[in-house]
Design a protein around this ligand. Sequence first.
Ligand SMILES: Nc1ncnc2c1ncn2[C@@H]1O[C@H](COP(=O)(O)OP(=O)(O)OP(=O)(O)O)[C@@H](O)[C@H]1O
Length: 321
Amino acid sequence: MIQFHHVSKRYEDKQKSTIAVDRVSLAIPEGTIYGIIGFSGAGKSTLLRMINGLEKPSEGQVFVADQEISQLADTQLRSRRQKMGMIFQHFHLLWSRTVRENIAFPLEIADVDPATLNKKVDYLLERVGLTEKADDYPSQLSGGQKQRVGIARALANDPSVLLCDEATSALDPETTRSILKLLQEINQELGITLVIVTHEMSVVQSICRQMSVMDHGKVIEEGTVEELFSNPKHPITKRLVTNELKSVDHVEEVLSIHLYDLRNWNSIQQLISRHPVHLQILPGNLNVHQPVISFRVQGKSEDITAVKSILQSANEEGLSC
Ligand SMILES: Nc1ncnc2c1ncn2[C@@H]1O[C@H](COP(=O)(O)OP(=O)(O)OP(=O)(O)O)[C@@H](O)[C@H]1O
């Protein structure tokens, strides 16, 4: 379990003081895949970096498995950090070392004997699908392959937690899917807790179980991914969900419905709201003699089909013409 108790982080310099994280209390269960989302500058990375002590809170406490990270002395923190892997948007690989040497690096730091080290690196190369690339340099790899090296390196010391800071933001959608699949397998096979910071709702939607939304340093909404996607309450969450519905995975259609009795619109809308679609009523179509509502629906094609059938049965049941 990772816990934040009333955690704040303030950056001070001579000119100004910035509150990056503002009184956050949060519990991330062990073994889960947890998403932290929000717009740029919301405080996501700062919150993540407090889990492995790369940042210290100005106030409050951060616990990982009942150990107060924010109170550890430097040497204790270094050894604790070995059990918390981290991957980054721009990979942070060592460019003068081969793939094999990059993966071996944390094991060298941990003073692992050469035989165990080689065995471990071979296993990790195979696990992330890079055995063939072992002697290549990072500059010879694609973005997805570089992130696979990052993941293998992060797993070298058998971490219990893997922190992912915008790990797929520099990748195309296809490569993103393959990296997310790998992360999901790692979570299932090794039971590692994954904390994923991203501004891409599609990432959270595809692999996270629980999530929180941050804005101006605060956690403004939290819950299961299903809850927050189907019934976002905070305006920022709604905006994030709406933007996501415009993403490549979703389609858009303009539908119309004729309503003799406009009061029925509320019951139809209630039925539609059970589906995660974004619905925008288009102006200018309401006519007193033949009322027509036209609206733009964005969502997955199966949800749009469901909306169409709701409209169709509304017609058949005489709710509309
Ligand atoms: N080392 C620092 N010194 C001063 N201010 C900082 C520092 N790191 C972050 N900040 C500020 O803290 C706030 C939160 O930054 P943070 O990087 O945590 O946000 P974020 O949600 O991860 O944003 P992004 O998605 O753009 O990375 C921002 O206003 C940022 O400018």
